[in-house]
Write a protein that binds this ligand. Structure first.
Ligand code: GTP
Ligand code: MG
Length: 195
């Protein structure tokens, strides 16, 4: 999809605030600072529409980006952000779980992993949680520009092994800097939304 039109239509904390147009939705999850907003910007061909930050935990609401009047990307606040209070973290948890388990329009989730390292325990729990709820999942290893091409295969195997991905689950190596993997991510999205 070549995106021309995009609009951040809602930053929601409560289901009552979710958009009511009924377009299919693709959620983006991953640890704080992993690159969710950066991936969103690459997919929608904008330099900095979704706010990116070197400071983790900037995104604290469910941000619905309406794309081409056809679908929404839903930027979900990063998990594993240590600096917020325990209470605030629990509140985030409820908001995220409510959205991911109850939203009828949700067609799939893109889980971002830092391509430079092995997935963390949080990454593994998130992945298992998504499988438990039978949510179609695409794993994207990002910041891959920081990894030398010669060792990318090894990193890919490490991610597959640590998350316990089965052969059917796609893993895409991605870079917001070089746009590596952009087309493959879009292909997966289009398959999920049936377009
Ligand atoms: P929160 O909203 O805080 O959860 O973070 P986020 O997951 O949206 O991450 P964001 O897109 O804001 O990126 C965090 C930092 O990583 C920024 O400094 C980005 O420039 C950098 N970054 C993101 N993707 C890439 C990438 O593919 N390559 C490189 N080199 N840096 C990246
Ligand atoms: Mg963000």
């Amino acid at each position: 999809m070549e995106v021309q039109e995009v609009e951040l239509v809602m930053s929601a904390v409560d289901p009552k605030q979710y958009p009511v147009t009924g377009y299919p939705e693709i959620g983006l999850v991953g640890r704080s600072n992993v690159g969710k907003s950066s991936l969103t910007n690459v997919l929608i061909n904008r330099k900095s529409y979704a706010r990116t930050s070197s400071q983790p935990g900037k995104t604290r609401t469910l941000n619905f980006y309406e794309v081409e009047h056809q679908l929404y990307f839903v930027d979900v606040p990063g998990y594993g952000y240590a600096k917020v209070s325990k209470k605030e973290r629990e509140k985030f948890g409820v908001m995220i779980e409510t959205y991911l388990t109850q939203r009828k329009q949700l067609r799939g989730v893109i889980q971002l992993i830092d391509g430079r390292h092995a997935p963390t325990e949080d990454d593994v729990s998130m992945y298992n949680w998504l499988q438990y709820y039978h949510i179609p999942t695409l794993v994207v290893a990002t910041k891959i520009d920081k990894i030398k091409p010669g060792v990318r295969n090894r990193e890919e195997s490490l991610i597959r092994k640590t998350l316990g991905l089965n052969a059917a689950t796609q893993l895409i190596l991605f870079s917001a800097q070089t746009k590596l993997g952009k087309d493959a991510v879009w292909q997966w999205i289009e398959k999920q939304i049936g377009g």
